[in-house]
Design a protein around this ligand. Structure first.
Ligand code: CA
Length: 229
């Protein structure tokens, strides 16, 4: 089950920062650059539980987006992204429909904590509680150590599972073979780095659409591997 969050932010770098951190925390993130796009995407994704709305946008602003969402949806959690603390008077005065606000710049931990809290309050089970990480088409369950792809169970060894967990907790990050060996096999393991490659090769056969042309586990030449992106 996907845990959907919508992020409305016109600045690509900030949006990217939010997306990567919420994805890492186990959410499926739907992105929008304009208020109009956000409203369209919410219509198409009625199961979005939390929306993060930037205020200053081209076209209609974040307050207007909030007002329009609230006109039809009282259940969704809404967090306003404010640019500076000076904006706060205005924000608190206008955010009648919003549940919370975060002031830029914010840390990944602060962002995730706010979204988790609101997600729970809106009746959802946060990824942290459920032990599930969803990254379309993969669902990793850290409670029972299982992986599904498109809803179908993929049978993994414990080592393969540990590698997948490390990947899905670090989407888009290049991981060195040494790092993978340390994390999965333990620091006191004296085996060879080659064991990492052997397991990656087998994992690709299990999870890639085409293991000859992998798109999920990417090779970072002379270094290691990278999950997605
Ligand atoms: Ca903006």
């Amino acid at each position: 089950m996907a845990r959907k969050v919508l992020v409305l932010e016109d600045e690509a770098s900030i949006r990217g920062f939010i997306v990567i951190n919420l994805t890492r925390a186990g959410y499926e993130v739907i992105e929008a650059e304009t208020g109009e796009e956000a409203l369209e995407k919410l219509k198409a994704n009625a199961d979005v539980r939390v929306a993060l709305l930037d205020i200053m946008l081209p076209g209609i602003d974040g307050f207007e987006v909030c007002r329009r969402i609230r006109a039809t949806n009282t259940r969704i959690g809404i967090i306003m992204l404010t640019a500076r603390s000076q904006e706060m008077d205005k924000v608190t005065g206008l955010m009648t429909g919003a549940d919370d606000y975060v002031t830029k710049p914010f840390s990944p931990a602060e962002l995730t904590a706010r979204v988790d809290a609101l997600y729970r309050r809106s009746g959802g089970v946060s990824p942290e509680q459920s032990g599930e990480i969803f990254q379309d088409p993969f669902l990793l369950n850290t409670r029972n150590r299982t992986l599904e792809k498109n809803g179908k169970r993929v049978k993994l060894t414990q080592v393969e599972y540990s590698i997948m967990k490390m990947f899905m907790e670090n989407p888009g990050k290049a991981l060195s073979r040494e790092e993978i060996l340390d994390t999965v096999w333990g620091r006191d393991y004296f085996g060879e780095l080659k064991i990492v490659d052997v397991n990656i090769r087998r994992l690709r056969l299990k999870i890639e659409d085409n293991a000859q042309n992998p798109t999920y586990i990417n090779t970072v030449w002379g270094f290691g591997y990278k999950w997605g992106f």
